[in-house]
Design a protein around this ligand. Structure first.
Ligand code: R5P
Length: 295
């Protein structure tokens, strides 16, 4: 087995290879002046290859993956597994207006046509019943970052109150609370625009508490910033934020600092300065559960 990675996500790819005890090799991507890509793989590949890449800002990366998969097959690879800790195009899961593309379904099929198995972490799927319904590969493994996040929290000296900003965050907050024994509350979110958000919180004794806000994804940071402001106005001693995925291009770090958040932490599903929680061992465990006879 071999892990193939890309320069933009090489450290995480190397961590995965190390955890699996296998070799890591990097795909070389040449960008022609017209924007087309040429990729080069090691000429000698084993029959079983794991491709590791975060699919944030996905369009060019998807083309690379298609080129990679086609080339790998030509070079004799029989089992090709995609490890995409951040999976793209999961949010557009229905046509909200007539004529809109249902990107989740279309991109999901595209990936399934080229890979035999998929491993991802906390994909943003609120209406799709399971990962295989979005990406119909032979084996689709949907992991939760709750365990590594809980592990991180258990290493802290304080016992914070966990807060989810909205109902959608409940599944992660509840899972982390169950693993750590920490108390939690869940707020209610009203969104009237990308950056217009109001958060209501239930009655709870927040005064003097260390608080950790938990969400699956941070984009503009407005959801957690409004929640943090509310918590601080109720007397919280300090507020930290932890998310599985932080999108680096939404200005979240600034927004959260402005709101008084003392620390922003994320997993390495997308490379970001706030990465403190590493997914390699979770991903490697999932690779070990793949039934290779079935793909
Ligand atoms: C929504 O369903 C998600 O769980 C996040 O709360 C949301 O995507 C965060 O977006 P933003 O950081 O832009 O408020």
């Amino acid at each position: 087995m071999l892990v193939l990675g890309f320069e933009d996500y090489c450290e995480a790819g190397q961590r995965l290879a190390k955890e699996l005890g296998v070799t890591y090799a990097e795909v070389e991507v040449h960008r022609f002046p017209d924007g087309e890509h040429r990729i080069t793989l090691p000429a000698l590949l084993p029959e079983r290859v794991i491709v590791c890449r975060s699919l944030f800002e996905p369009n060019e990366k998807l083309i690379d993956l298609l080129l990679l998969a086609g080339t790998a097959r030509e070079l004799g690879v029989k089992q090709l597994v995609l490890v995409a800790p951040y999976l793209c195009y999961m949010r557009q899961d229905k046509a909200f207006h007539p004529g809109e593309s249902v990107s989740q379904r279309i991109v999901g099929k595209l990936l399934a046509n080229h890979f035999d198995a998929l491993i991802t972490v906390d994909p943003h799927m609120h209406r799709t019943p399971n990962l295989a319904a979005a990406v119909p590969v032979g084996q689709a493994l949907n992991l939760s970052a709750a365990v590594p996040i809980a592990g991180y929290l258990q290493g802290l000296p304080a016992r914070p109150l966990l807060v989810g900003p909205d109902e959608e965050s409940r599944q992660w907050v509840q899972a982390i609370a169950a693993l750590t024994g920490l108390n939690y509350i869940i707020g209610e979110k009203r969104r009237s625009g990308d950056r217009n958000i109001e958060i209501a919180l239930p009655e709870a004794d927040v005064a003097g508490q260390d608080v950790v806000l938990i969400d699956d994804i941070i984009s503009t940071g407005c959801t957690l910033a409004r929640a943090a402001e509310h918590l601080l106005s109720l007397g919280a001693r300090n507020v930290r934020c932890i998310a599985t995925h932080i999108l680096p291009n939404g200005g979240a770090a600034k927004e959260l600092a402005k709101a008084g958040v003392v620390e922003l932490l994320s997993t390495d599903s997308i490379q970001h300065p706030s990465n403190r929680i590493f997914l390699a061992s979770l991903l490697a465990e999932a690779v070990h559960t793949i039934d290779w006879t079935d793909i």
